[in-house]
Write a protein that binds this ligand. Structure first.
Ligand code: URA
Length: 208
């Protein structure tokens, strides 16, 4: 299992604008979609290919197409929704599942409150999405829920991760590769990533 930091210049540039407190919801949404699309370009880099013959108008060409497992992308509600459109632009045939998780205030255990997934999970490469990997609680629970339903191949894609979240996911799910645009310094006492970008869901949907 590995952590892949996707630090392409365009991603770093757009991420700087996303982080800015003065960036409004419209621009935040557009940039998160663009960065997600650029990240998809990178996290699909090792997808297997197979050879095909294509008839061009003048000859037969030996070409390649993506083979291997079909893809499903699974945003963790609600901020993960902001990454779906960009990834679908590059992988338009992917199915989209949704997982909602909250933390029980008494037991502090993650509780699944919504789950709608494609039926053939074990036959798919699953891409779990959440812009912020903070404590890793939702990610660890989300991965667990997917595995309980038969998933065998999962990648996790985050915009910004805290070292604590990466450590947590790596400890509980060492088979899951993490793709992230930036690894920040730490979490604060409220569980926010520092410096981070604030609450990704609120900034995405303008709810603050
Ligand atoms: N979730 C967010 O939206 N932001 C953080 O900094 C941490 C978790």
């Amino acid at each position: 299992m590995a952590v892949h930091v996707i630090d392409h210049p365009l991603i770093q540039h757009k991420l700087s604008i996303i982080r800015d407190v003065n960036t409004g919801a419209k621009e935040f949404r557009e940039l998160l979609e663009e960065v997600s699309m650029l990240m998809a370009y990178e996290f699909t880099r090792n997808f297997p290919l197979e050879e095909v013959e294509v008839e061009t108008p003048v000859a037969t060409a030996n070409c390649k197409v993506v083979s291997g497992k079909k893809v499903a992308i699974i945003p963790i509600l609600r901020a993960g929704l902001g990454m779906v459109g960009g990834i679908l632009k590059l992988i338009p045939t992917a199915k989209v599942g949704h997982i909602g998780v909250y933390r029980d205030p008494e037991t502090l255990q993650p509780i699944e409150y919504y789950c709608k997934l494609p039926p053939d999970l074990s036959e798919r490469e699953l891409i779990l999405l959440d812009p912020m990997l903070a404590t890793g609680g939702s990610a660890v629970a989300g991965i667990q829920f997917l595995k309980q339903r038969g998933a065998t191949q999962i990648r996790m894609v985050n915009l910004i991760a805290a070292p604590e979240g990466i450590e947590n996911v790596q400890a509980k799910h060492p088979d899951v590769d993490i793709y992230v645009a930036a690894v920040d310094d730490r979490l604060n006492s409220h569980g926010y990533i520092i410096p981070g970008l604030g609450d990704a869901g609120d900034r995405l949907f303008g709810t603050k």
